[in-house]
Design a protein around this ligand. Structure first.
Ligand SMILES: *Cc1c(COP(=O)(O)O)cnc(C)c1O
Ligand code: SF4
Length: 334
């Protein structure tokens, strides 16, 4: 058993959130990085704040400014560059957000913005500039959202989104599922989340209760970008989800300098499957202002994807896709 015990003292996920590092100087000290990185980290964090929980930081190699996990959280100078073709609302979600909390842009599926925040601030995030403050509905407004869903029987699937939906307390998520199960045409519940990767103890007994003990079929789509993100504690949390009957898939974002090489992608697929997760999407970067330095061009992405097909069994090759504003589904890239 001893190898299954967490190496960190066991504290709750809420405590881990509170103890997250938000100060650039503290981050550099904690990770033994050169203080020359401080001025850019401070200026870039004014646009989009630094936020990094310690369980995630503990998987970063100390003293390595090129660590692929560090690059996903450290604010850098490149974020201040204004790039043509990049915007603050790259998916034009402002157009499909008529009711607070509800985004209805895919056929048969609706997104509920169940949490306005995240556990971590990923530098590549397409919601760097999303108007979350306008998307924090009251209980009364949620009841209206459920009425909207009830009135449209083309909707089969409800997707908990965010921010990160698991940043919400289990009791609130349980309440939402309790409402949704009363709508006969809803068959599936899907949760898109990075939280179990960032703070694995987020998967609690209460989480398994609302997610798995329901008539709805439950799917959890993890957002894992690099094999180093899957440590023993993350794997244990995934195993608990799987044991409870939840289908677990993964969506990754393809990023220059993080995971845009064949060996990393092969290792990611293998590590995911070893943990019980099927790779689902490999997503091209959304063109959000401040993230252009992560972009991989289409030709390079397609070449990498073809090499993955040559190295991996088909079921371990994620679909290469991008989201286009106004489209009713993701666009597959060949
Ligand atoms: C693509 C995407 C969806 C919809 O996914 P499908 O599997 O294509 O239905 C939902 N949420 C997020 C965050 C996505 O990126
Ligand atoms: S967890 Fe997802 S939504 Fe949250 S900051 Fe990261 S990429 Fe953005």
């Amino acid at each position: 058993m001893s190898q299954l015990l967490p190496h960190r003292p066991l504290i709750t996920w809420q405590e881990e959130l509170i103890q997250s590092i938000r100060c650039p100087r503290e981050l550099l000290e904690y990770l033994q990085l050169p203080m020359e990185l401080l001025p850019q980290a401070e200026s870039a964090s004014q646009l989009f704040e630094l936020r990094a929980p310690r369980p995630y930081l503990d998987r970063i190699t100390k003293g390595d400014p090129n660590d692929p996990l560090l690059k996903q959280i450290l604010p850098v100078h490149d974020e201040l560059t204004i790039t043509p073709g990049y915007s603050n609302d790259p998916l034009e979600e402002a157009n499909s957000n008529p009711t607070q909390g509800l985004v209805h842009k895919y056929h048969g599926r609706v997104l509920l913005i169940v949490a306005p925040n995240c556990a971590i601030n990923c530098r590549y995030c397409f919601r760097r500039a999303f108007p979350y403050q306008d998307n924090n509905p009251s209980r009364q407004q949620w009841l209206q959202v459920f009425e909207t869903i009830r009135a449209d029987d083309s909707i089969r699937e409800v997707i908990f989104s965010g921010g990160d939906p698991l940043a919400s307390p289990d009791r609130q998520l349980q309440w939402m599922v309790d409402q949704l199960v009363q709508i006969p045409h809803i068959q599936r519940l899907r949760v898109h989340t990075r939280l179990p990767v960032v703070i694995p103890q987020r998967i609690t007994a209460e989480t398994l209760s609302w997610l798995a003990e329901t008539r709805l079929q439950s799917v959890l789509v993890l957002h894992t970008n690099h094999p180093n993100e899957l440590d023993d504690e993350v794997t244990l949390s995934i195993q608990r989800l799987r044991h409870a009957g939840v289908t677990v898939l993964n969506q990754a974002v393809l990023m220059k300098g993080v995971n845009d090489d064949l060996d990393t992608q092969v290792a990611l697929s293998e590590a995911l499957f070893a943990a019980g997760v099927l790779p689902y999407y490999l997503h091209l970067l959304d063109k959000v202002q401040g993230a252009a330095h992560f972009a991989v061009n289409d030709a390079d992405a397609v070449a990498l994807h073809q090499q993955m097909q040559a190295r991996l069994p088909g079921f371990l090759v994620p679909k290469l896709a991008r989201e286009e504003p106004g489209a009713l589904n993701k666009t597959l890239i060949f």
